[in-house]
Design a protein around this ligand. Structure first.
Ligand SMILES: NC(=O)c1ccc[n+]([C@@H]2O[C@H](COP(=O)([O-])OP(=O)(O)OC[C@H]3O[C@@H](n4cnc5c(N)ncnc54)[C@H](OP(=O)(O)O)[C@@H]3O)[C@@H](O)[C@H]2O)c1
Length: 241
């Protein structure tokens, strides 16, 4: 899609990759960005970037009523970016069931809530695109992030189903599979990380060039190539991390 024609909506826009996506969308010349967050006050710094084009709205993506209200507050969206997500550390035997539910509530059901609410909006606007922020560890599990991996792998599967289900509605669906990114999510984890600004730029390039699966950084590009060659080798490598 042509970004200059886009009216975008970004979830989790107050910080991290979401905030960088709003900035990159403005730089790309979009018509308008609905920047959404659980706490509308946390969007103040972002709104002043461009008072005419950044519209702050509040939503918790796990609340279907709020998501439904959001779809009425933003009726002109044609580019939905499902960025909001949560990550918990812990292995599959010890992570509490409550934590596993919470990871799925946000990363899987929250993303699904948004997609279901906004497909009719995009359809009414003549089509557009839905972008789901997944992760490299959706492809192969990193055992120390057991609940996160599982929720994102489920979100990847949902992304594929969604793509097929909206194919006749002129709606493209993109999956984004970043490696480690330098945001609050991985604060305290000592490893090479890509900046959120570079991720945002790669995401928009991927959309502009219509690549369904977007690997937006060196780590994800290299590991995706290795995974295509020998997915068991990547699984074994991640198991040692
Ligand atoms: N950082 C990485 O290394 C990395 C790698 C691969 C993929 N990703 C994915 O990229 C996306 C953005 O991650 P990030 O690194 O920018 O994380 P982040 O800095 O931790 O930001 C997460 C964002 O999600 C929002 N959020 C959480 N739960 C929400 C809910 N129920 N409703 C609405 N918003 C909610 C947060 O809002 P609050 O401020 O209110 O908490 C925050 O804006 C996530 O989907 C993540 O899984 C990140």
């Amino acid at each position: 899609m042509k970004l200059q024609n886009a009216t975008a909506l970004v979830t989790g826009a107050n910080r991290g990759i979401g905030r960088a996506l709003v900035q990159a969308l403005l730089d790309a010349g979009v018509q308008k960005v609905y920047a959404t967050a659980r706490d509308r006050n946390s969007l103040e710094a972002l709104t002043v970037l461009d008072l005419a084009r950044v519209i702050p709205l509040q939503v918790d993506i796990t609340d279907r009523n709020l998501v439904s209200q959001l779809s009425e507050q933003a009726p002109d969206v044609n580019l939905l970016i499902n960025n909001a997500g949560v990550l918990s550390f812990g292995n599959i035997l010890e992570t509490t069931v409550e934590t596993i539910h919470q990871q799925f509530d946000v990363n899987f059901y929250g993303t699904l809530n948004m997609a279901r609410a906004f497909v009719p909006v995009l359809e009414r606007n003549g089509g557009g695109a839905i972008v789901n922020l997944l992760t490299l560890v959706a492809l192969a599990s990193m055992p120390g992030l057991a609940a996160y991996n599982a929720s994102k792998a489920a979100a990847w599967s949902m992304t594929q189903s969604l793509r097929a289900s909206v194919a006749d509605k002129n709606i493209a669906v993109y999956g984004i599979f970043p490696g480690a990114v330098d945001t609050d999510m991985l604060a305290g984890v000592d490893m090479a990380k890509t900046s959120p600004a570079d991720i945002a730029m790669a995401v928009l390039q991927g959309i502009a060039t219509d690549r369904e699966d977007i690997f937006p950084d060196p780590m994800s590009t290299q590991l995706y190539a290795a995974w295509k060659q020998d997915h068991k080798a990547v699984e074994k490598q991640f198991a040692t991390m």
